[in-house]
Design a protein around this ligand. Structure first.
Ligand code: NAP
Length: 264
């Protein structure tokens, strides 16, 4: 009797990040003869450039829905490459993979860290301050205490935390135009999608007289906005990441590729 062909592997990448896009491309390019790669997006914003492999869009319906999907689609491994602040889907992925017995890897970029100021020993952010906020509410309290003109790059979901702050003018950058008026008393909106250069970001900071940049600790290579803030002497309020589920973690696309290759 002829031997059965090896079972085709099906890897689900939970996406929404540049790393997820890069991983789908490289996994498809290297292993498409033995493996199908499926990327899942939440579908809040239009997907960026085309990616390799299959694409599915929309929520699964909680951890139970995701577990059902994993079984129905015979998924053999999951890479959670979602944004470090997308805590809900990461928690669901942990629960669903445990329930369905599917191995799961988290691909999470390293955090941004302040760099020592070589000219001013003891200061950890050349040209200004790098203030750590434990969460959005803490960031709002810091802004209320210290800022006059703050640039919020925290995404639309976080704006409510900054509502009701008096005496601070806000600049808000969003990937797409807001559907409702912003919950901020004095604010201007810029609609733009990355990539941004350091010069772009310096023009935003100086053009609007920004004294405080508020950002989530998304991590990865130092963002142009952070380099620009350093160059312009603008204070940074850095919001810490929410806790992530336990489990295997890597920081690079190469390491995630190696993890998948071990499961072929
Ligand atoms: P979240 O709060 O963790 O998730 C909310 C719900 O959205 C989840 O419960 C899930 O719905 C659905 N969902 C999230 N990511 C999904 C995915 N990759 N595929 C299918 N469904 C997904 O997530 P979020 O912070 O709103 O982020 C949504 C997406 O944007 C994520 O893919 C993330 O990687 C990306 N993103 C987020 C940020 C950020 O700062 N949060 C920044 C850049 C990109 P169900 O419960 O129905 O399954």
């Amino acid at each position: 009797m002829p031997a059965e062909p090896p079972r085709r592997r099906r890897v689900l990448i939970l996406g929404g990040t540049a790393e997820a896009l890069a991983l789908a491309d490289v996994v498809h390019a290297r292993h498409r003869d033995r493996l199908t790669v499926i990327t899942s997006l939440a579908g809040r914003i239009a997907p960026g450039r085309d990616r390799r492999g299959e694409l599915r869009i929309g929520g699964f319906g909680g951890a139970d829905g995701l577990a059902r999907y994993l079984r129905a689609e015979a998924i053999t491994a999951v890479v959670d490459a979602t944004h470090p602040f997308a805590a809900r889907i990461s928690g669901h992925a942990a629960d669903a993979c445990a329930a369905a017995g599917v191995p799961r890897l988290m691909l999470v970029r390293p955090e941004w860290r302040p760099e020592p100021d070589t000219e001013w020993p003891g200061r950890d952010w050349p040209g200004g301050d790098w203030i750590k906020a434990t969460d959005f509410a803490d960031a709002a309290a810091i802004v209320a205490r210290t800022a006059r003109r703050a640039w919020l790059t925290t995404g639309p979901g976080a704006l409510d935390h900054f509502a009701g702050i008096a005496g601070v003018w806000f600049l808000v950058r969003l990937f797409q135009a807001p559907e409702a008026p912003l919950p901020l008393a004095g604010a201007a909106v810029i609609v733009a999608r990355p990539p941004f250069t350091v010069d772009d970001e310096r023009r935003v900071l100086s053009g609007h007289g920004i004294d405080t940049l508020v950002t989530k600790n998304a991590g990865g290579p130092l963002a142009a906005k952070l380099e620009a803030a350093r160059a312009e002497g603008v204070r940074v309020v850095m919001i810490a990441r929410p806790p992530a589920p336990a489990g295997e973690r890597v920081e690079t696309v190469d390491d995630a590729l190696a993890w998948i290759a071990r499961r072929l």
